[in-house]
Write a protein that binds this ligand. Structure first.
Ligand code: SAM
Length: 309
C-alpha cells in the first residue's frame, strides 16, 4: 500500500484503550480527541485490520494507548495477530511485572521512563517508579528485547539525568530513546529541551552513528550504550519517511498523529468482507500527507495550520 506521496505503509500503531493509570502532565494521548461516546475497539476489529494490512505488506505493529496493559484481553489481542515481523508495545510499565505472563507473542517492549528520581516521577506521572523498575527486570527476563526506554527530555526537569539513563542502559539489551516534547499542553509549564543540541553533543561522543530508515532517526553507540534521538517537530524528513497508519482506541483509522480532521471510522469492520475492509483502509491511506512539508522554493518548513488541538 502506498499513499499519494509514494510512502509505503509498513507499520500500524494501535491504541487499544483510552484508559490510563497515570496522569502524565505532558501526555499527547496519541493525538486522540475525547469522544463524546466512549467506544473501545474490539479484539475482532483489531484482528481484521491487522490481517488485511498484513496481506498488503505491513510488517510491524505497535500497541499503545492509554495504557495497553489495562486491557484485560491484551493477551487475546496479541494472539489474534498474523505473524508480523515485529510486534511491540509502549507501556508506562506500572503493570508490567504483573501482566508479563499475558504477553506471549510480543517481540519487544518500549517503557516510558522520564526519570529515575521517585519524586520527579511522581510529580510528572502520579505513579511509582519502583513498579517500573521491577517491570523492566521482568521484561528483560522474559526476553522482550531490545527494550526501548522512552525519555521525553524537558529543561530543568530531567535533562540533567541523561547521563544516568545512559549508564542504566549500558551493557543491557536496552536502547535509550530521547524524545522531543510535543508541547500540546502548554499549561503544564514544561519546556522541551533542544534535542538538536543534545544530538550534536552525543554525536561528538559517539563511537558509531547510524540513521534508521523509519523517520531517519539518529542512533549513537557510546561505550556499549545505544541512544536514539526522536525529533519529530518541524522535521520534514521525519514526516517524509513516515510509513505508519494509526488506529484509535475508538476504532478510527488516523492518518497522522497531528490531525483529527481526516479520520476514517471503521467500527464494525470485523463484520465486512476483506475487500470492503481494504477499501476502508485505502480511504485512510489516501488521506495521508506529511504534516511538515519542505517548500520547494525557499526550502523553509511548510506547516498546516494547527487545527486539531
Ligand atoms: N501509556 C503508555 C506509555 O506511557 O508508554 C502508552 C501511551 S503514551 C501516549 C506513548 C508514548 O508517548 C510515551 O512514551 C510518552 O512518553 C510519549 N508521549 C506522550 N506525550 C508526549 C508528548 N507531549 N511529547 C512527546 N512524547 C510524548
Amino acid at each position: 500500500m502506498f499513499d499519494p506521496f509514494h510512502r509505503p505503509i509498513k507499520s500500524l500503531r494501535i491504541s487499544v484503550t483510552r484508559k490510563c493509570n497515570l496522569k502524565c502532565l505532558y501526555c499527547h494521548e496519541e493525538g486522540e480527541l475525547r469522544s463524546a461516546q466512549p467506544y473501545e475497539i474490539s479484539v475482532a476489529e483489531i484482528a481484521k485490520i491487522a490481517h488485511v494490512c498484513y496481506e498488503e505488506g505491513v510488517t510491524k505493529v505497535k500497541f499503545s494507548g492509554g495504557e495497553p496493559l489495562l486491557r484485560k484481553d491484551i493477551g487475546q489481542i496479541i494472539k489474534a495477530l498474523p505473524p508480523f515481523k515485529d510486534i511491540s508495545m509502549t507501556t508506562n510499565g506500572q503493570l508490567l511485572e504483573e501482566r508479563i505472563g499475558d504477553l506471549e507473542g510480543l517481540d519487544r517492549i518500549n517503557v516510558s521512563v522520564d526519570t529515575f528520581n521517585p519524586a520527579t516521577y511522581k510529580r510528572l506521572t502520579g505513579g511509582n517508579i519502583d513498579n517500573v523498575l521491577r517491570g523492566l527486570d521482568a521484561a528483560l527476563e522474559a526476553g522482550l528485547t531490545p527494550i526501548k526506554i522512552n525519555m521525553v527530555v524537558m529543561d530543568g526537569v530531567n535533562d540533567h539525568e541523561i547521563g544516568e539513563m545512559i549508564r542504566y542502559v549500558r551493557g543491557k539489551e536496552m536502547v535509550l530513546q530521547l524524545i522531543e516534547l510535543m508541547d500540546f499542553k502548554k499549561r503544564a509549564g514544561l519546556r522541551g529541551s533542544n534535542l538538536r543540541v543534545i544530538e550534536s553533543t552525543l554525536e561528538g561522543l559517539s563511537d558509531r552513528t547510524t540513521t534508521n530508515t523509519l523517520h531517519k532517526r539518529k542512533k549513537f553507540e557510546i561505550n556499549d550504550a545505544e541512544i536514539e534521538i526522536v525529533r519529530p517537530i518541524d522535521n520534514t524528513e521525519f514526516c517524509m519517511n513516515c510509513n505508519r497508519l494509526r488506529v484509535t482506541s475508538d476504532a478510527k483509522l488516523k492518518p497522522c498523529l497531528l490531525r483529527n480532521d481526516n479520520l476514517v471510522d471503521v467500527r464494525g469492520i470485523d463484520q465486512v468482507s476483506d475487500a470492503l475492509a481494504l477499501e476502508l483502509i485505502m480511504k485512510a491511506v489516501k488521506r495521508r500527507e506529511p504534516y511538515y512539508k519542505p517548500r520547494p522554493v525557499d526550502g523553509a518548513y511548510g506547516r498546516r495550520k494547527a487545527d486539531t488541538y
